[in-house]
Structures are given as C-alpha cells and as structure tokens.
Design a binder for this molecule. Structure first.
Ligand code: HEC
Length: 295
C-alpha cells in the first residue's frame, strides 16, 4: 500500500489515516466519560442545593420560629414561622441566578396548593413512607418532555409541628384565616409528611459535556496537527535532504567528478550508508587510478 507515493507523502497519508480513524473513537469515548463526570457533578450540585434548602428549613424551624413564638405566642407570622414559606422564598432567589434549579416541597395534602405532589412525587413520598431508613432518592425523570435529574429527601413530623399541623382547633387563628382548615392537618409525630425535591434538567449536563468535548476535540486535532508538522520537518531534515544530497553526489561521481563527499550530520543508518558510499567512492577512485597507470 502507498508504494506509489513519495516518502514524505506516504508518512503524511499514514498519519492522516491514523487521525481520521482515531478521532471518532476518541470523541465518542471522551463524550461518554465526560457525561458520567458531568452527570455526577450536576447530581452533586443538586444535592448541595437540596441540602441547603433543608438546612434553611431546619434553621427556621429550630431557631427563628421558637424565638418568635416565645415573644408572640398568640400570633402567626408566616414570614417568621413557616419553614416551607422561607425555604421556597430562598429557592426563588437562587433561581434568579440559576434558573435551571427547581426546588419543591411535596405533600399529598398540602396547605399551600403549590406544594401538591404530582403522580411521580406521590410515588417518592410512598417510598419514603414504606422505608423510614431511606434518607435520599435520586434518578432521572421525564416531565412534560423535559428530562430532569432529581434528588429527594423525606420530611418527617415532630411533636412541635402539631400546633399548626395537628388539629385545626389548636392552630393559630391567623393561620386558619390565611390557609383554611383542610390542608396539612391531622398529622402525628414521627410520620413522613412529605419530601423536598430538587430538579435539574439533564440538558444542562449534556450542554456542559458538549462544550468540554468541543474544547477537547479541538485540542486533540491541534496537537495532532503540530505532531504532523514536526514529523514532516524531521522526515525532510533527517531523511529526504540527506538522500537528495546522496543522489546529487552519486550523480556527480557517475559522471567522473569526485570532489564532493557524502556528508551526513546524524549518527544513524544514513551515516553508515554515507560511510559505505565514501568507501565505494575511494575504491572507485583507486580503481580508476590503477587503470590509468596501466595505460
Ligand atoms: C407555626 C405554624 C407551623 C408549624 C409549627 C409548622 N408548620 Fe409546616 N407549614 C405551616 C404553613 C403556614 C405552611 C404553608 C406555607 C406555604 O408554603 O405557604 C406549612 C407547610 C408545610 C409543608 C409544605 C407542604 C404544605 O402543606 O404546603 C411541610 C412539608 C411542612 N409544613 C412541614 C412541617 C414540619 C415537618 C413541621 C415541624 C417540624 C412544621 N411544618 C411545623 C405552618 C407551620
């Protein structure tokens, strides 16, 4: 193969074939590896986001609400007393900067209809209820033709939730006036009452992986191109140029001109060849000399 081509072209054609054959393999395998990493990263970010929201809930529930309730035992001030209200508010602020991060409280019978679980989310709550040791669920889900990564963590009730989630008779009047007396009542302590979920569209991960891939593929192509140029220079300098010089000198010798020598600067096979040629030239000079003297 390629025997009809000149040396330099032959090398370049072989390198080009290596490039064309390796490029798709490299691109596909890199994309798969990148996707695994980017997916993990997006999941990790969604988890941190969810954990932050859960911590905000806990902070309001354990610190802010008891402090305000102590001062105003008869009042209900949603901005200071509802963990869900505040976590949702913070999530909205986060979304202003990162619109693809979706946070949701989910509940079967919510107080605020915005927290109503859909069919898929009811399944999540059912799983948390069936296995109390389950602390997290995650995976992929398609909603309205959009694919999302999701992470979910359960919300369990405690005795101090019952003032607002037990029976309506003991709940603050202001709460009943604002939300009514049907949603999110009838709880007992230590039940899974809902869950927190974070969703991130998988398109984000795909786009990140594609961007990284474009960069990586261009880098590979550039490196290959540079290697081709270097190899080309090396072939010209250490093989083609010396051979051309051999041809010229051999040509001159064949015409009876013996002034020029076979010169090779490297210490490789060409050097050995030039030494052999030089010995041949000297033998030829001697032979011609002997012939001349005999005449
Ligand atoms: C001071 C009253 C009060 C207390 C105490 C309280 N909640 Fe709530 N809770 C609310 C209000 C009001 C909402 C609706 C807020 C909104 O999203 O607009 C709510 C909503 C929720 C939701 C979202 C689903 C829904 O029904 O809309 C969950 C989950 C929740 N609470 C869990 C708890 C847990 C767990 C505790 C105890 C650790 C607790 N709550 C204690 C007032 C309270």
């Amino acid at each position: 193969m390629f025997r009809g081509l000149r040396l330099r072209k032959r090398f370049m054609v072989i390198l080009l074939i290596i490039f064309i054959a390796s490029f798709p393999v490299l691109v596909v395998s890199s994309y798969l590896i990148l996707r695994v990493n980017v997916d993990r990263e997006v999941f990790e970010n969604a988890k941190v986001f969810l954990f932050t929201m859960e911590s905000i809930r806990k902070h309001y529930g354990d610190v802010t609400r008891p402090a305000v309730m102590k001062e105003l035992p008869e009042r209900f001030i949603v901005e200071a007393m509802s963990t869900s209200f505040n976590a949702r508010g913070v999530a909205e602020k986060v979304r202003a900067e990162f619109p693809h991060y979706i946070f949701k409280h989910i509940s079967m019978n919510p107080r605020n209809p915005i927290n109503k679980a859909d069919g898929f989310e009811e399944g999540i709550i059912a799983k948390f209820r069936a296995d109390k040791t389950l602390k997290e669920l995650k995976g992929l889900v398609e909603k309205g033709k959009v694919e999302y990564f999701y992470v979910a963590r359960p919300v369990a009730s405690k005795a101090d939730c019952l003032r607002c989630h037990g029976i309506p008779e003991v709940a603050p009047g202001e709460l009943l006036a604002k939300y009514g007396s049907t949603g999110a009542f009838g709880w007992q302590a230590n039940q899974v009452v809902g869950a927190l979920t974070a969703y991130v569209p998988t398109a984000i991960a795909k786009k990140n992986a594609q961007n990284a891939l474009i960069l990586f593929a261009s880098f590979y192509a550039a490196i290959f191109f540079v290697i081709m140029i270097i190899i080309d220079r090396v072939i010209i300098g250490s093989i083609i140029k010396p051979i051309e010089q051999f041809v010229e000198v051999a040509d001159e010798i064949s015409r009876g001109k013996f002034e020029r020598d076979f010169n090779v600067k490297t210490k490789d096979e060409l050097k050995t060849l030039s030494e052999a040629f030089t010995r041949m030239k000297l033998s030829l000079v001697k032979a011609i000399d002997i012939v001349r003297r005999k005449q």
